[in-house]
Design a protein around this ligand. Structure first.
Ligand SMILES: Nc1ncnc2c1ncn2[C@@H]1O[C@H](COP(=O)(O)OP(=O)(O)OP(=O)(O)O)[C@@H](O)[C@H]1O
Ligand SMILES: [Mg+2]
Length: 274
């Protein structure tokens, strides 16, 4: 039963449960269902008929070389880019017609850092929390917990204008996490971080799974993706070229790691040119 007095977050959860129960089909248990998704930029098919289902609570590695269509897919799923054709549901909501509902469920750490440089780190986090309609006290507590977990408490007091590239990425990730979303899109979350910050961030991303989050992760750090992902989707020229657990893919292609899996499928390296 949904009433107007209920917090938006609760309404969303109830609506989703109802939707799933009404649908009653196992497919609707999938958190993300992508069907024949296409994005064209002029003559370029950045995403070319993508079909993919991602399960609730899954850590999903979305791997592919530069220009494969990963960011374009994430941008469409998170409502930042219109679809050319096809469809997708997130948590049972259609991304084209129910994007406001989808936005309540997701957190996005975009590949291009999106922060207000004239604000401090903390002010940025608080601002994005407010945009999610978070209650003041809860927002403050969560923001403080996030910055202290990331050893970012001192940096958070400074204007982000003076941040290094790696610090910007750390802030970008905290902004994605502030509303404690059920579903996270992390697009190259650790690029530019030093080894220590990267290790801590990978550990943290691993812990999101224990919290029951669904995480869609793109990265060129193939080893980390291999270690963390329940399943991996390999994308090339906007198409899914293979899908499975890292172990399944390595066995299937008789390869020692995912980099070699990609090499065997396409004759190229995922990280070529980096
Ligand atoms: N706004 C745009 N206008 C024109 N072409 C675009 C635009 N955005 C992406 N593309 C093109 O779409 C293709 C897919 O790009 P996308 O950014 O999705 O790749 P990616 O897999 O995220 O790559 P990377 O690993 O480098 O981040 C590329 O050929 C890119 O040049
Ligand atoms: Mg990208």
């Amino acid at each position: 039963m949904i009433t107007k007095e209920m917090p938006v977050e609760k309404q969303t959860k109830e609506r989703r449960t109802e939707t799933i129960m009404q649908a009653g089909t196992p497919e609707r248990q999938n958190e993300i269902v992508i069907t024949e998704l296409v994005k064209k930029f002029g003559d370029i098919s950045a995403v070319d008929g993508l079909n993919l289902e991602i399960r609730r609570g899954e850590m999903f590695g979305f791997l592919g070389p530069n220009g494969a269509g990963k960011t374009t897919t994430i941008s469409m799923l998170s409502g930042l880019l219109a679809l050319t054709s096809g469809s997708a549901q997130i948590g049972g909501f259609d991304i084209s017609t129910e994007s406001h509902k989808v936005k309540e469920l997701i957190g996005v750490c975009p590949q291009e850092v999106a922060v207000y440089k004239f604000l401090t780190g903390m002010e940025n986090i608080i601002l994005f929390g407010k945009l999610h309609g978070m209650e003041k006290q809860q927002l403050k507590e969560r923001a403080q917990a996030l910055v202290s977990q990331a050893d970012f408490s001192d940096a958070a007091k400074r204007r982000s204008k003076g941040y290094s590239g790696g610090m910007m990425r750390q802030l970008n990730l905290m902004i994605a996490l502030i509303s404690d979303p059920e579903i996270l899109f992390l697009d190259e979350p650790t690029v530019g971080m030093d080894a220590r910050a990267r290790r801590k961030t990978w550990e943290y991303i691993g812990s999101l799974k224990d919290q029951g989050k669904t995480v869609i992760l793109t990265t060129h750090y193939i080893e980390e993706a291999q270690a963390l992902s329940d399943r991996v989707g390999i994308i090339d020229y906007g198409e899914l070229v293979d899908l499975g657990t890292p172990q399944e893919l390595m066995v299937k292609h008789d390869a020692e790691d995912l980099e070699r899996v990609f090499l065997k499928i396409t004759g190229r390296r995922i990280t070529e040119g980096l």
